[in-house]
Design a protein around this ligand. Sequence first.
Ligand code: GLN
Length: 280
Amino acid sequence: MVDSLVAASHELAAALGLEKREARLEARVLAAFAWNVSPAWLIAHDTDPLNDTHVAAFEALVSRRLEGVPIAYLVGAREFYGRPFLVSPDVLIPRPDTELLVERALACMPPGQAMAVLDLGTGSGCIATTLALERPLARVTAVDRSPAALAIAQRNTDILNARVEFLTSDWFASLASRRFDLIVSNPPYIAAADPHLARGDVRFEPLSALAAGQDGLDDLRRLSRTACAHLKPGGTLLLEHGYDQSDAVQALLRESGIRLPQSWADLSGILRVSGGALSE
Ligand code: GLN
């Protein structure tokens, strides 16, 4: 078995430009998934011979990975905030950057309060589900305009036993005059011509969850324009955005009526989330 893993990790490193360590890890993740065994089992059994069925299952996965298909789509899951979430090509793959948005949201959600929270463009549902699980008293609503995404999000809340209300809605379109204590969103924010969209995992993700017009701000503009009409007095709006968009987003927030918007840095030191509260 060890020979197959080594051969696959060399191929992965060469085709995807991965570091050796990363390529070995990917080969192990794909093998564990193909053979339905744990990574620990692979280590304990690394000298076992492989039968043809095992070889074929592993090679099929490796060849899709060599084409660039993200690992998360191949194994159908990605961890977010310490919990596993199902993913498919209908949804963006949860990113560690977005854990900052969750942390900022939790900081606005005292555990004893039954706050009304809205997640716009929920995708896999990772933000809404995490908030609902971390704050069981919260009443979390999540919207997405994609029914396929909502189906995945619903499955995630079912599996993780969270309580979230899902609605099909293009941003605020189906929310009538409902108001919330906290609104969060990780909208698309990449400029349409950004070469980043043609590289790596991103190529396989839904473009509608990534790209937002010429400057990447189309959806952030729409969201900040309408959000305050859906916030209760004193309510908070928190938006994830691109590495160079914090000034622009703060300006949008100020125009929309958010008092003293702030930005927060992610683990790489990039200002990744901006937000603030509506005047009382
Ligand atoms: N942070 C993601 C990326 O750069 C984009 C996520 C988004 O557009 N919301 O790949």
